[in-house]
Design a protein around this ligand. Structure first.
Ligand code: ATP
Ligand code: MG
Length: 564
């Protein structure tokens, strides 16, 4: 079957099409997503998930979820559960194909025995430091271990002893016997097994030796009969080693294909670095809305669709590059624009009293829920004598081209009336503007004047007596530098943005939001997209600003400077 998609063919799909044409795997396409359960998934993993599950879907094939749980020291059940939740959230499913490298520990061990019997692996007593020392460098060949020429019988006995727990951690390793002068350092007798008396989340105390990632990964793919083993570029020079193991064992040979990992401006994407942000308290947790983790992004208001569109749009390449975070936000706006209901909210309130409006009077104004979606209908928004508008929408001395409210000036209140500012009330001590006295024109109900007169601005507002109180959290990039990983000295934590979170404790939102549920996303008119935070209570709503409305990427694209 050839690929069913309208977008350009990338090099991976070209390889698969060619394999299908030549019948290499009998037309079978079987991929896998192989996370190590030592942290939460981030947007980089999403790229890999979309690629592996997406390709399987397009070609009518299968994609497995396989946990690469070969390092019991750093892995936890909590991460396994979170990874499954995140993959499902993105909209992908692995059916009953949830596998674990640890399911194959016995088979891997048997293969290790087979290599020992073939004279292709040996037990080495060098310490980890010595192994490193003997390895040589890119310019100098390594030296052979003095244990390299042990007899098969001795090796078998020692390997059994390792398995039986007769030796302490780090005292011995099993190594492949390849070539200590090989130009590729990965081929210089790499370690296959290490001794580690550690309890594994799945196999408990059954094992005290664990296979290295290099010895496990290719064989796990082989066991699952993966046809296309897609991974990131840093594994390119491990491929000869994976091929060597498969060939020596004479087992099914998946094709490894490497692609460039995702890097994003103003972001770090490595579990190790994300863990530091959490542990050092730079963020509130793994699901902090500033984190590039899928849980952080979900809490921020990212939709699975926006992330999938983004992954499709950036495509796959064979060289590393960094994607502009503006493109990610652009994909998010595109999606939210279609789905987010519009509401009115005032973040920094300024009190407005409409002097000629009847005391105690209330009118229900009709407001459009989503101009992009006529099916979304309308709602009622209460209007009354005392309102809040945005402090920024008033200037006592308006500069040129400031068309919003100012003394003596008339503007439109969205879905309501034209109002004119008559008087500015100030705090006697501080001089701060605390209230505006205005009048309204009853003939402009709905926002149009029968005499055809125009106003230059339309403001959003809420009725003070009806509005609900809310806390709003505004976010900016976590780093001040576009390439935080390249910042010298202390590295990425040196360029943390001190203004990445701003909490506005008392904002006002229209009453239709009373039943709003965590993770629902709204557009606050003129302000941006906001997502209900799980910290919300019936007493107080809490919103995260997902993104503002200003689309920097659309501008870049219009100017013809976009490179995606
Ligand atoms: P990290 O570098 O963040 O610690 P990792 O590669 O160690 O990530 P794994 O759990 O091994 O994390 O990753 C699972 C899969 O996701 C791998 O196939 C890996 O290649 C892929 N992956 C990880 N990070 C990225 C990224 N930034 N872009 C694309 N794919 C990625
Ligand atoms: Mg990894």
């Amino acid at each position: 079957m050839s690929v069913k998609r309208s977008t350009r063919l990338d090099f991976i799909r070209e390889i698969i099409n060619e394999d299908n044409r030549t019948g290499k795997h009998g037309g079978r396409v079987h991929t896998r997503f192989p996370p190590e359960p030592n942290g939460y998934l981030h947007i980089g993993h999403a790229k890999s998930i979309c690629l592996n599950f997406g390709i399987a879907e397009e070609y009518g094939g299968l994609c497995n979820l396989r946990f690469d749980d070969t390092n019991p020291v750093k892995e936890e059940q909590e991460y396994i559960d979170a990874i499954k939740e995140d993959v499902h959230w993105l909209g992908f499913d692995w059916g009953d194909r949830e596998y674990y490298a640890s399911d194959y520990f016995e088979q891997l061990y048997q293969w290790a025995v087979q290599l020992v019997k073939k004279g292709k692996a040996y037990v080495c007593d060098l310490t980890p430091e010595q192994v490193r020392e003997y390895r040589g460098t890119l310019t100098e060949p390594g030296r052979e271990s003095p244990y390299r020429n042990r007899s098969v019988e001795e090796n078998l006995e020692l390997l059994e002893g390792m398995r039986a727990g007769r030796f302490p951690d780090g005292s011995r390793t099993l190594r492949a016997k390849i070539d200590m002068a090989h130009p590729n350092l990965n081929m210089r007798d790499p370690v296959m097994y290490r001794i580690l008396h550690a309890c594994h989340p799945r196999t408990g105390d059954r094992w005290c030796i664990y296979p290295t990632y290099d010895f496990a990964h290719g064989q796990c793919d082989s066991i699952e009969r993966i046809t296309h083993s897609i991974c990131t570029l840093e594994f390119e020079n491990h491929r000869p080693l994976y091929d060597w193991f498969l060939d020596q064992l004479g087992i099914f040979h998946p094709q490894q294909i490497e692609f460039a990992r995702l890097n994003l401006t103003y972001t770090v994407l490595s579990k190790r670095k994300l863990l530091r942000l959490v542990e050092e308290g730079h963020v509130r947790g793994w699901d902090d809305p500033r984190m590039p983790t899928l849980r952080g992004m979900r809490r921020r208001g990212y939709t699975p669709q926006a992330i999938r569109n983004f992954c499709e749009r950036i495509g796959v390449a064979k060289f590393n590059s960094t994607v502009d975070i503006d493109l990610l936000e652009h994909c998010l706006r595109e999606d939210l624009n279609r789905r987010a209901p519009r509401v009115m909210a005032v973040l920094r309130p300024l009190r407005v009293v409409i002097d000629n409006y009847p005391e105690g009077g209330v009118e229900q104004m009709e407001a459009i829920n989503n101009p992009e979606d006529p099916g979304a209908g309308t709602r009622k928004v209460p209007f009354s004598r005392v309102l809040y508008i945005e402090r920024d929408d008033f200037r006592e001395e308006p500069p040129k081209r400031f068309y919003r409210l100012a003394p003596g000036r008339e503007v439109r209140l969205r879905y309501a009336y034209f109002v004119t500012c008559r008087e500015v009330v100030k705090d006697e001590e501080t001089g701060e503007v605390v209230e505006l006295r205005c009048t309204y024109d009853p003939a402009t109900r709905g926002g149009a004047a029968p005499d055809g007169r125009k106003v230059k601005a339309t403001l959003h507002w809420v009725s003070a007596a009806h509005a609900l109180e809310a806390e709003v959290r505004l976010y900016d990039h976590l780093f001040t530098e576009p390439y935080p990983e390249d910042v010298g000295e202390g590295g990425f934590t040196d360029c943390l943005n001190p203004r990445s979170l701003e909490v506005i404790p008392r904002c006002w939102v229209e009453p239709s939001l009373a039943p709003a549920q965590p993770l629902e996303i709204y557009q606050f008119e003129r302000l941006g997209y906001f997502c209900v935070d799980p910290d919300s209570t019936c007493q107080k709503l809490v919103f995260n600003r997902t993104v503002t409305l200003k689309d920097r990427w659309a501008k870049i694209e219009k100017a013809g400077k976009a490179n995606v």
